[in-house]
Every structure is written in C-alpha cells, then in structure tokens.
Design a binder for this molecule. Structure first.
Ligand SMILES: C[S@@+](CC[C@H](N)C(=O)[O-])C[C@H]1O[C@@H](n2cnc3c(N)ncnc32)[C@H](O)[C@@H]1O
Length: 387
C-alpha cells in the first residue's frame, strides 16, 4: 500500500519541490484513499500501532462521562438549550460508546439529553460509528468529517491535536529555517530551507521563544487553527482537550531541544532523529501511510488561541489529577477480589500511574458563556493545594 503513496509523494516533490513536514504528514496520514488514518477504522489498541486511554478499557470514558454530565448541568444553568455532545477525532466511536454506556447507568439525564455528533475525517472510521455505538446508535445525530457550524454543549477531543500535521523548524546561525521533505533516489530525506510562512516565526515570537542554533522543534499551526475554529463554533458550553503535551516553556526548552516528532508502528516508537534500520533516513519518513506520525502539543499556544476567541480557561491539569478528581479511586466495588475488579484496577493503574498515560497527558478545559465554574476534573488539584 505504501508504494502507491510513496510514488504519489515523490511525484509531488518532483513537480512542486520539497514538501513541508506538514504537507508530508497530510499526505501520509490523511490522503483520502491511501493515508494511514483514511484506510482503517481504528489504528490504536493491541492490534494497532499505539494505545490511547480509550484502548485501556471503558474506565476513561466512564470518568469523562461524569465530567460531561457536570458540564451538562452547568450549561443548562447558564441558559443553554438542548445539549450537543460533539467528539472530534472520534476514531471508530469507541470513546463515545464508553461515555454513553456509563451515562446510561450513572447519568441518565446526560444519556437522554445528548445530541451526539462524531467528527472524524477518516471515511473508514466514520463507517464504523453506528456499529460501535450499538444500542446507543439512536443518540447519533451526525457522523461527519467537519465540525458542526454551531455547538451548544460540549466538544471533546482526545488525542486529536497531536495527530494534526505540523511544521518542523530549526534554528541556525543564520536564523530560523524550516525542515522540508525531499526525494533522494528511492528515499525521502530532510532538507532545511527558508520558512514557508511568516506565521512560523510569529508563533515563536508570541511565546517569547528564542531558540539557540542547533535547536529543532515543531510549530503546529493546524492545531491552533483547529482550536480557533472549535471556539468560534461553540455558542455556549465547554471545550475539553486531552492530549500529550507541555506548556511552551517546557516544550521549547532543553529536554525537547531535538523536537518531539515521533512515529509509531506496531507499538514500536521512534523519535524523529532515529534511523532504526540503517536505511539512512529518519523512521517517520519511511513507509508513509503505514505508520503514525505525531508531535507533542504546545498547550500554551492552544490556550492563547482559545482566549483570543473568547474562551475562558477553566482548568489545565494532568490526566492523573483529572481522573482522580472525577472519582477514579472512589468505587468500592473496585476493591473486590474478582477477576473483573482486578482488570479494573490494572486499567486504572495504566491511566493514573506516573510515567503512564496520566503523567504524559494533560486535560485543558475551556468554557464560553458558562461563567467560571469550578469543575470536578480540577478538584483534586485543590484538595492537594489545601493540604
Ligand atoms: C490519534 S487518533 C485518536 C482517536 C480517538 N480519539 C482515541 O483517543 O482513541 C486521531 C484521530 O483524529 C482523526 N482526525 C485527524 N484530523 C481530524 C480533523 N481535522 N477532524 C476530525 N478528525 C480528525 C484521525 O483520523 C484519527 O482518527
């Protein structure tokens, strides 16, 4: 499969010159017929290339349902009519399924009110939505590749922003340069060139970031644009973004001075600089269409863009604190000596333990037209701060 995409990308480079990393990622991940995400309903989990919190089990969705139910009540109290539940980057719909399963038993008013829209660019994933939702399929209002024009309720996105095509830049003695993908014989290679847009330098300037020569990093203009678009469409309610990432001061400093561009294939991870098979190129350039390519999210720029569009920042916590605040350890049945309870505890460990998904992932909660409510998902931070 990747041969056809390789040929297409090579032809595009021959005709129009080297591609930005963002343009390469757009083709490798999202080409309508050959792209990595376009071709399969689900790319994660044991049979896929990497795990998200959704693959760990239904626990993440069940806890998220508690947060969404609180948001539903706050939305109604602020005068919101109806309740749109929009999941963006929904994959095959498994997270929505987990949320609705939990809502059915624990938050019936949410289950009854939710007008569900699953936003997903992959046609294969969209086709799977009704089957994944199963008995909840009558809650599905729309399964669509683009955000609805108006949303009154909640928009949730788990691991969407990291999957959006990013630019890569590097600082040299002569100033900022952009990383491009060029063709060299039968393989793709990196080449530095002038920035493709003044927006790249503006982005770093706004953050007050002045990298030293030798530094390399990502500038994800698409992630910022996506947040702006989501904020504009939200008439009243909340935007919940869960992803791995950092504040800009961490992302653009020492530990990440070689960037965070990463590729996953069958649960093997390679950083941008790795050349695992000695073929002379970084792993993310090999096999376009057959591997995930991702980068860490710059949460500072996401917050700035959200504020620009009139959203309030209601909370920004790591996933461990978010889930603990929602009662991850409060279920007495979880202490039972049964196989089910053991599985439940193991799943929570994966979601919460330092070094696991809880430590790497952050949850950013934003609001519009709902005041500045204290949210359950942030409550663990306060208890801790008070002690
Ligand atoms: C890393 S996967 C996460 C899937 C799911 N949210 C989960 O946590 O398991 C990212 C998903 O976002 C989808 N996607 C990428 N860009 C998108 C966009 N602009 N709008 C909606 N979905 C998008 C991809 O096709 C893919 O299914």
């Amino acid at each position: 499969m990747s041969d056809a995409l390789r040929t297409l990308i090579a032809r595009r480079i021959r005709d129009r010159g080297p591609l930005t990393v963002a343009a390469f990622m757009e083709m490798a991940l999202y080409h309508p017929d050959l792209g990595y995400y376009a071709r399969a309903p689900r790319r994660t989990g044991r049979a896929g290339d990497f795990y998200t919190s959704v693959d760990v089990g239904p626990q993440f969705g069940a806890l998220l349902a508690a947060q969404i139910d609180e948001m539903r009540r706050l939305h109604a109290a602020a005068g919101g009519a109806g309740f749109d539940l929009v999941e963006a980057g929904a994959g095959n719909g498994q997270l929505a399924r987990d949320v609705l399963d939990a809502a059915e038993s624990a938050h019936p008013a949410l289950h009854a009110a939710a007008r569900l829209t699953l936003v997903e660019t992959s046609p294969a994933a969209r086709a799977a939505h009704p089957a994944t939702l199963g008995r909840h399929r009558d809650r599905l209002h729309a399964s669509t590749p683009a955000l609805p024009d108006r949303v009154s309720g909640v928009i949730v996105a788990n691991e969407l922003l990291d999957a959006l095509p990013t630019h890569a830049v590097t600082m040299t003695a002569d100033g900022l340069r952009e990383v491009y993908v060029d063709a060299d014989g039968g393989r793709f290679v990196e080449r530095a060139g002038p920035p493709s847009s003044p927006a790249l330098e503006r982005y770093l300037d706004r953050l007050g970031v002045t990298p030293r020569p030798g530094w390399r990093g990502e500038v994800n203009l698409a992630a910022v644009d996506w947040v702006r678009a989501a904020a504009r469409r939200l008439t009243r309610g909340f935007l919940v973004l869960v992803d791995y990432g950092h504040p800009a001061r961490e992302l653009y400093a020492g530990r990440h001075a070689s960037g965070t561009l990463t590729t996953f294939q069958r649960h093997l991870v390679d950083a941008a600089s790795a050349d695992p098979d000695g073929r002379g190129g970084p792993a993310w350039l090999a096999d376009p269409g057959d591997r995930d390519i991702t980068s860490h999210v710059d949460f500072t720029s996401i917050e700035l863009a959200a504020r620009d569009e009139g959203l309030e920042v209601l909370g920004s916590v790591d996933q461990t604190r978010f889930l603990l605040g929602l009662g991850a350890l409060d279920d007495p049945a979880a202490a039972a000596d049964t196989a089910g309870a053991l599985r439940h505890r193991l799943a929570l460990k994966t979601l919460l333990a330092p070094g696991g998904l809880g430590g790497t992932h952050r949850v950013l909660m934003l609001g519009k037209g709902v005041g500045r409510p204290a949210l359950k998902g942030c409550s663990f931070t306060w208890r801790e701060a008070a002690s």
